[in-house]
Design a binder for this molecule. Structure first.
Ligand SMILES: [Fe+2]
Length: 372
């Protein structure tokens, strides 16, 4: 039984291949294209996985795609209509692409790969949840996925047990910790879906001096649930992250390449502090609801190692598994695992204890374009 998981067309395109219940190859497209966070169709990583296993595309029994394109289309179109006409000019050039990519995704995938067998669209947060819980080695644990956005969901939690996953709670778009983090990343002059890790690092240099201003941006309840004040953002009604009003709160907009000043460090520190507050409150609430001591974390915000460390130190959870490829790259792996365990009902689980990526010889490294 061969199962191929794929993620692409947003960021961090990747492929993962399972053979008879074991992951034999998992690799990101950027390793081949040399474009960081590549969102292209993962032609080369798919080919690498197939070659590594010595099979052809139609030896694959199931392909799992890392989201449900029709549900994503539903979110795009509903958001567009809700904020119409503010959205019209910005979204007009993309309407055809939305139709093509989201309503025709089955054809797109089949045509790209010349693939004829089963195709499963996996809910995005289930793909993240599967990528975290199923390879964790835990028999039973809480699962917490924190992301930018999937189809509609931005944050979800529930329980994994044996080969089953139940995400019982969710927070929906546009209220998103991932998109809040990306918005501030943009305001600080870094690239969205790329510079968030730099902002996390920058935070350690500053003090959380902007807490008062953040009270305007986000309302965090005692259970960790949260709402963004959408007056300050634009990602839900256009292609930009923030409204001009955002600058009136902080007055330190940094353009790419500008000098980094102490207020930028303080803004990053405040963002990180607010993120940690929400995550710690949610994690405490998840523990209260589930009574479990183990937790698995997935989704792009799961890459925030500082917040993860605090969950382990400051909540009742005593064991933690973080999907190392917690961004959308790992949801290709999650899609394959989800099909193996949750769709096909196989009880055997693969444990993530090996490196599955593309290897290179010393000669290949020496000859790599990186050095030329
Ligand atoms: Fe994601």
């Amino acid at each position: 039984m061969n199962i191929l998981g794929i993620s692409c067309f947003y960021h961090d395109s990747a492929s993962a291949l399972m053979q008879d219940g074991k992951v034999v190859a998992a690799v990101e497209e950027e390793r081949f294209t040399r474009k960081k966070h590549s969102n292209e169709f993962p032609r080369q990583s798919v080919q690498y996985c197939l070659d590594h296993a010595g099979i052809k595309i139609n030896d694959v029994d199931y392909i799992g795609f890392y989201e449900i394109p029709k549900n994503k289309f539903d979110r795009l179109i509903n958001t567009h209509l809700h904020y119409f006409p503010q959205t019209y000019e910005q979204f007009k050039p993309f309407a055809a692409l939305w139709f093509m990519r989201n309503l025709q995704m089955e054809n797109v995938l089949r045509n790209e790969l010349k693939y004829e067998n089963e195709l499963v669209f996996v809910d995005h947060h289930l793909a993240h949840a599967a990528s975290a819980f199923l390879p964790s080695g835990f028999d039973k644990s809480a699962i917490f996925t924190i992301d930018g956005v999937g189809e509609w969901t931005t944050t979800a939690w529930g329980v994994g047990e044996g080969h089953k996953i139940n995400l019982s709670h969710e927070i929906k778009f546009p209220h998103s910790l991932g998109l809040l983090y990306s918005a501030v990343t943009y305001y600080l002059g870094f690239k969205v879906n790329n510079g968030e890790g730099k902002v996390m690092g920058l935070a350690s240099y500053g003090k959380p001096k902007f807490r008062e201003q953040f009270r305007e941006l986000i309302d965090i309840k005692d259970d960790g649930s949260f709402r963004l004040n959408m007056d300050y953002f634009k990602f839900h009604r256009g292609l930009e992250m923030i409204d001009e009003k955002f600058d009136s709160l902080f007055k330190c907009w940094r353009k790419p390449g500008d000098e980094l000043k102490s207020e930028h460090e303080d803004l990053a520190a405040t963002l990180q502090d607010v993120l940690e507050e929400a995550i710690l409150k949610m994690a405490n609430n998840i523990h209260k609801q589930t009574g479990l001591k183990k937790i698995c974390i997935g989704g792009g915000v799961g890459l925030n190692s500082v917040a993860n460390g605090r969950v382990l130190k400051e909540t009742p959870f005593t064991d933690m598994f973080i999907q190392p490829a917690s961004s959308d790259a790992g949801s290709s792996l999650g899609s394959a695992l989800y099909i193996h365990n949750c769709v096909l009902g196989n009880e055997d689980r693969w444990n993530m204890d090996v490196y599955s990526g593309h290897s290179a010889t010393h000669e290949e490294v020496k000859n790599s374009s990186m050095w030329s």
